[in-house]
Design a protein around this ligand. Structure first.
Ligand code: PNS
Length: 162
């Protein structure tokens, strides 16, 4: 049986922390879907198509395995996407207890909705302070984001400051 997992998120923009979790997850499953999902609780920086393009470019540049598919979903529940592609596992990166508190209710609801289990992965502690929201803030104020994001993201935001 093919083991298929989904790494969902806003990826606005993808960070080095995200790439770390994606690389670890790709080594654990036969097929990994990296899924850009609109989060209505957040003010978006980049359009979803741009986030997908930057993810594809960053994954290729990092030489990650070819069992990774990048996609987006705006048709309803996250678990509906999982059922559509045959994924039984969601992957979330956990940086701190705050992430555990944020992710746990969603994990329980997703399991109740469709028997999709959530696996928490620990990124390299070197990335524990990295978040898309901090990157957005530093970029908006003209600071250097290169330590926190893949090269493709830094180049894109430098060329087209938002
Ligand atoms: O990177 P983020 O913003 O923390 O990702 C949050 C995301 C997109 C994974 C979350 O908002 C989500 O799962 N949205 C899909 C909507 C859904 O299925 N909700 C019900 C179950 S929690």
């Amino acid at each position: 049986m093919r083991r298929i997992a989904v790494v969902p998120g806003s990826f606005d923009p993808v960070t080095r922390g995200h790439l770390d979790v994606i690389a670890r997850a790709a080594g654990l499953f036969d097929e990994l879907h990296v899924l850009v999902v609109h989060n209505p609780g957040k003010t978006a920086l980049l359009p979803i198509t741009q986030r997908v393009a930057l993810l594809q470019r960053s994954i290729a540049d990092a030489g990650l395995p070819d069992n990774i598919v990048v996609s987006s979903w705006s048709m309803g529940l996250l678990v509906d996407y999982c059922l559509e592609v045959g994924a039984s596992v969601l992957i979330k990166g956990i940086r701190s207890q705050i992430d555990v508190a944020y992710e746990t209710p969603m994990a329980i609801v997703n399991r109740n909705l469709a028997a999709v289990e959530t696996v928490f992965l620990l990124p390299d502690p070197a990335n524990a302070h990295v978040s898309s929201s901090l990157v957005r803030q530093v970029a908006a104020l003209g600071g250097d984001i290169t330590p926190y994001v893949p090269r493709a993201v830094a180049e894109f935001l430098q060329k087209a400051p938002v």
